[in-house]
Write a protein that binds this ligand. Structure first.
Ligand code: C2R
Length: 200
């Protein structure tokens, strides 16, 4: 859901953020809500990356974390990418997620222009199907780190962003705990069904 525009970047806020999370009693979550500002920036190299990268947005919505999403490219839009990274902290962003395929320099170039944590998502496409993007994203020189998740690992990029944010916002940590507990219970139920021969 696009609720507004902050500078040149679309601002997305999940429905839970607006309804469910707004009645949360936790001071930290109220703070997040009152600020109404994106804490996470999701960037991708092309609109062709959206089907994978929007999964990161879906996780952040589920977790009630406000985010913004935009297209930029270290190669095709070098000035926009550098400006986005340089102004990210002052605009209130606390983590940046960047996804690109092939010669995936987007996350690395963002990391070169900000000291915020940058999470890189290597995306599968082209002749090398993501191996090129994985190496380009993960093999950063010392001093300019990019926390790299799996090829097409957009969901984990969002969970990692939540884990980073949970240091400052304990409520996000509690939501992560609840998510892990729900995942565990679901798998245990499936295990029980399988053992009883009832799993389709
Ligand atoms: P098109 O589909 O637009 O041709 O892009 C994008 O992430 C996309 O997956 C093909 C692929 O090129 C990637 N791209 C990069 C960068 N910018 C775009 N790797 C970059 O700056 O690293």
């Amino acid at each position: 859901m696009i609720l507004g525009r902050r500078k040149k970047h679309a601002v997305f806020l999940g429905p839970k953020m607006l309804v469910h999370k707004s009645i949360d009693k936790t001071t930290c979550r109220k703070e997040i809500h009152m600020q109404n500002k994106p804490l996470v920036g999701i960037l991708m190299g092309s609109d062709s990356d959206l089907p994978v990268m929007e999964k990161a947005g879906a996780v952040l919505e589920e977790m009630g974390v406000p985010y913004e999403m935009d297209i930029s490219s270290a190669h095709r839009l070098p000035d926009k990418t550098a400006e986005y990274a340089r102004t990210a902290r002052e605009r209130g962003l606390e983590v940046i997620i960047a996804g690109a395929s092939m010669a995936a320099h987007l996350a690395g170039v963002i990391a070169a222009h900000t000291t915020l944590p940058v999470i890189g998502v290597p995306l599968a496409s082209g002749a090398l199907n993501g191996v090129d993007a994985l190496y380009a994203t993960v093999q950063m020189p010392p001093g300019i780190p990019v926390a790299t998740v799996a090829v097409d690992g957009a969901k984990n990029a969002a969970y990692l962003a939540c884990a980073i944010l949970s240091i400052k916002y304990p409520e996000i940590g509690r939501d992560l705990d609840k998510f892990r507990e729900a995942t565990r219970n679901e798998l245990l139920k499936k295990s029980e069904k399988l053992r009883q021969g009832k799993l389709d």
